[in-house]
Design a protein around this ligand. Structure first.
Ligand SMILES: NC(=O)c1ccc[n+]([C@@H]2O[C@H](COP(=O)([O-])OP(=O)(O)OC[C@H]3O[C@@H](n4cnc5c(N)ncnc54)[C@H](OP(=O)(O)O)[C@@H]3O)[C@@H](O)[C@H]2O)c1
Length: 322
């Protein structure tokens, strides 16, 4: 599968690394608003072609699929343009905070017969699959409470994450993983959400906490921050035990702790490059004609939950999700 990357974003290097580890993906082109930057990125990462505009990459006939690691507010605009150009799209998380825009993107993908997926790389990792299997096997009984955290101190300024015009903010940047985590564990979509937010001087949310209620009386707490020490955690408390993941999102040190009564079991999981796995998933969806792991339903669920969290924080009361 021949891939093009829209922009010289830092995260692009991780996808290039993932592509190097599989013969199911090859990065053949990169584009930047600034041609020398594209050339530099291409040289550094051994990519055959560099384009001086995103449109030029979309016009490149050798490119079959496009990876979009642009600032958040540009995700759907460039997804639509890539789909119109006949390219399959892997769009970085979070795809979009406005659910109607997610619908628009997936409608176009369907109309054109193209694959579109949101790049939540953690969902492809064996640790995440092992977690889901443990829950399905009833390892901790019925799921009752879920707690998911992701924070770090952002010390670069300017940064796209601090710009409200680019849809920055803690929830969009890292909190979206916590939302993805509690949705996966609950196995459905939240019905009601409450939230509290701390807004920073640039106008984006620097810290946000959310309370989510799912069908079956499952409750979840999510928190995120751009000015809080580095934390990544996913805890699931059930009727018969508890599961804790200390590195749920990056999966660099995969390990699942399962506690039941006074006993503790450590489930060791093989390390794997999540970016390689998401490229594999896209290749399978495009070549083998099966749906991607993360399609319309998941992206829409994410967007609805994020939209509701921001709405609940602004209104200061619980809101229904929909
Ligand atoms: N899945 C993951 O593990 C992961 C990790 C980090 C980030 N992300 C996501 O990837 C996306 C990019 O994040 P990043 O940290 O890699 O961003 P970044 O390094 O700041 O890069 C963003 C790129 O977007 C392009 N761009 C176009 N218009 C821009 C504008 N008005 N201001 C700034 N840049 C502009 C620039 O490329 P050119 O100048 O070359 O055109 C820039 O290099 C975000 O959506 C983020 O949520 C995902």
């Amino acid at each position: 599968m021949a891939w093009g990357i829209l922009s010289t974003a830092r995260i692009g290097a991780r996808l290039v690394e993932g592509a190097r580890q599989t013969d199911r993906a090859e990065i053949v082109a990169v584009a930047s608003r600034n041609e020398p930057a594209a050339q530099q990125f291409a040289e550094t990462h051994d990519i055959p072609r560099a384009h001086g505009s995103y449109d030029a990459l979309l016009a490149d006939r050798a490119v079959e699929a496009v990876y979009i690691p642009l600032p958040n507010s540009m995700h759907v605009d460039w997804t639509l343009r890539a789909l119109q150009a006949g390219k399959h799209v892997l769009c970085e998380k979070p795809m979009e905070r406005r659910p109607e825009r997610v619908v628009q993107a997936f409608d176009l993908a369907q109309e054109r017969g193209l694959v579109l997926s949101e790049a939540f790389m953690w969902r492809h990792n064996p640790q995440t699959l092992a977690l889901r299997a443990l829950l399905d096997d009833g390892a901790i009984g019925a799921v009752r409470l879920i707690r998911a955290s992701f924070s770090f101190v952002l010390d670069r300024d300017p940064d796209v994450r601090l710009d409200p015009a680019l849809d920055g903010g803690a929830l969009m940047d890292v909190g979206c993983y916590a939302v993805s985590g509690v949705r996966l564990v609950a196995g459905g979509e939240p019905t009601s959400i409450a939230a509290q937010v701390v807004t920073g001087p640039t106008g984006v949310d620097l810290r946000l906490t959310g309370l989510l209620r799912f069908d079956g009386d499952v409750l979840a707490i999510v928190d995120c921050g751009l000015d809080v020490t580095s934390r990544s955690e996913l805890e699931i408390a059930g009727s018969e035990g508890r599961i804790v993941l200390g590195d749920p999102w990056h999966c660099i040190d995969p390990k699942i702790v399962v506690e039941r009564g006074s006993g503790q079991e450590i489930v060791e999981v093989q390390r794997a490059d999540s970016y390689r796995l998401e490229l594999h998933d896209m290749a399978a969806a495009i070549r083998d004609d099966r749906p991607p792991l993360l399609g319309r339903e998941d992206a829409l669920g994410q967007s609805r939950a994020i939209h509701a969290l921001y709405r609940a924080a602004a209104e200061g009361c619980a809101v229904a999700v929909g």
